[in-house]
Design a protein around this ligand. Structure first.
Ligand code: NAP
Length: 283
C-alpha cells in the first residue's frame, strides 16, 4: 500500500481499539482492489467523541466503523440514521455526505448472512438469545426479519431485562419478544431450533467457560443451530458442546467479515472482495 497526497481516510473508532481486526480486513480489501484509501484505528475516549467527529469532518474522512462504547452515543451526532439502525438502537457504520454524517447498522446483515444459506422454515423456528446487550439487539431484529414469530431472550438481571423489553415499545417488535431469567433455560433449550450466545462468556481468555452447563446440552433438539457471536476462540466451548450433541454450529467470524464487507460497499460503492477480507481475518 502506497500513501499518496490523494490517499483518502477510512477508520474505526472505539475505546479501546487495539484488539480490532477491522484494519486488517479493510486494508487487505483496499490493497486487493488497488484503491487509494487507508483504514486506520482511532482510539476515541467516550468524552471526546464529539470533538473527534468534528475533526474527522474537518479532514474529510470518508467513513468509519463504530464499536464499543460509541455505538449508541454517536447517534445524536448523525444527520440521518437508517431505519435498520433505528430499530436496533445502535449504529456501527457511518459515512460523510454533503448534508452531514449518516449512519446505519451492518451487524444485522452480518448476523443473517450465514443463516440465509440454510434451508429452514424460519416461521417454525423459536430462537433463544442468551444476553441482551448491543449485539443482541441486531440479532433480535434479524430473527424478526427471518420471520421467527417469537423471540426468547435470557438475562441475569430482572431490572435490566424489564428495561430491555420496554425499549422495544416504539419498534413494533415488543409483542414478539419474551424475556426470561437464567433459571428457565432448561425449559427453553428443549424447544428451540436456534440458540444464539450474545454474552461474552467463553471469549478469550476465559475459553474454559460456556453459558450453558454441560448437563443441559442433553436437552437440545437434533435440529438445533447453535450460533456464537464470539470469534476468538473458534470454536468456543459453547460451540464444541453443541457440536458434540449433533447441532449445526456457526461462529462469529462470518458475521464480522460480512458486516465489514457491507460497510466497505457503503463507503466505496464497490463490491467488497469478501474472500480477501475473510482470509485477512482468518490469518
Ligand atoms: P454488551 O452490550 O456488553 O452485552 C453483553 C450481554 O451479555 C449483556 O446482556 C450482559 O448482561 C450479558 N453477560 C455478560 N456477562 C455475562 C455472564 N457472565 N453471564 C450471563 N450474561 C452475561 O456486549 P455486546 O456488544 O452485545 O457484545 C456481546 C458479544 O458479542 C461479545 O462477545 C462481542 O465480541 C460479540 N460480538 C460479535 C460481533 C461479530 O461480528 N461477530 C459483533 C458484535 C458483538 P449484563 O447486562 O447483566 O451484564
Amino acid at each position: 500500500m502506497i500513501i499518496t497526497g490523494k490517499t483518502r481516510l477510512l477508520g474505526v473508532i472505539g475505546y479501546p481499539i487495539e484488539h480490532s481486526l477491522s484494519p486488517k480486513m479493510h486494508n487487505a480489501a483496499i490493497s486487493y482492489l488497488k484503491l487509494d484509501y487507508i483504514y486506520l484505528p482511532f482510539p476515541v475516549p467516550p468524552q471526546q467523541l464529539h470533538q473527534a467527529m468534528a475533526g474527522f469532518e474537518a479532514i474529510s474522512l470518508v467513513g468509519l466503523s463504530v464499536t464499543i462504547p460509541h455505538k449508541q452515543a454517536i447517534m445524536p451526532l448523525l444527520k440521518q440514521i437508517s431505519p435498520t439502525a433505528l430499530a436496533i438502537g445502535a449504529v456501527n457504520t457511518v459515512w460523510w455526505s454533503e448534508s452531514g454524517w449518516h449512519g446505519t447498522n451492518t451487524d444485522l446483515y452480518g448476523f443473517l448472512s450465514p443463516l440465509r444459506l440454510l434451508e429452514r422454515d424460519w416461521t417454525q423456528v423459536t430462537p433463544v438469545i442468551l444476553g441482551h446487550g448491543g449485539a443482541a439487539r441486531a440479532v433480535i431484529v434479524g430473527c424478526s426479519e427471518l420471520g421467527c414469530p417469537e423471540i426468547h431472550v435470557v438475562g441475569r438481571n430482572k431490572d435490566k431485562l424489564d428495561f430491555f423489553k420496554d425499549s422495544w415499545r416504539s419498534t413494533g417488535l415488543e409483542s414478539q419478544i419474551y424475556t426470561h431469567s437464567w433459571d428457565k433455560i432448561e425449559g427453553l433449550l428443549c424447544q428451540t431450533d436456534l440458540l444464539v450466545n450474545t454474552t461474552p462468556v467463553g471469549m478469550t481468555p476465559q475459553i474454559q467457560d460456556s453459558p450453558i452447563q454441560e448437563k443441559l446440552w442433553d436437552k437440545i433438539k437434533p435440529s438445533l443451530i447453535a450460533y456464537d457471536l464470539i470469534y476468538t476462540p473458534s470454536p468456543t466451548l459453547f460451540l464444541q458442546q453443541a457440536k458434540e450433541r449433533g447441532a449445526y454450529i456457526i461462529d462469529g467470524g462470518e458475521m464480522l467479515v460480512q458486516q465489514g464487507a457491507a460497510a466497505f460497499e457503503i463507503w466505496l460503492g464497490k463490491t467488497a472482495p469478501v474472500e480477501i477480507m475473510r482470509e485477512a481475518f482468518q490469518n
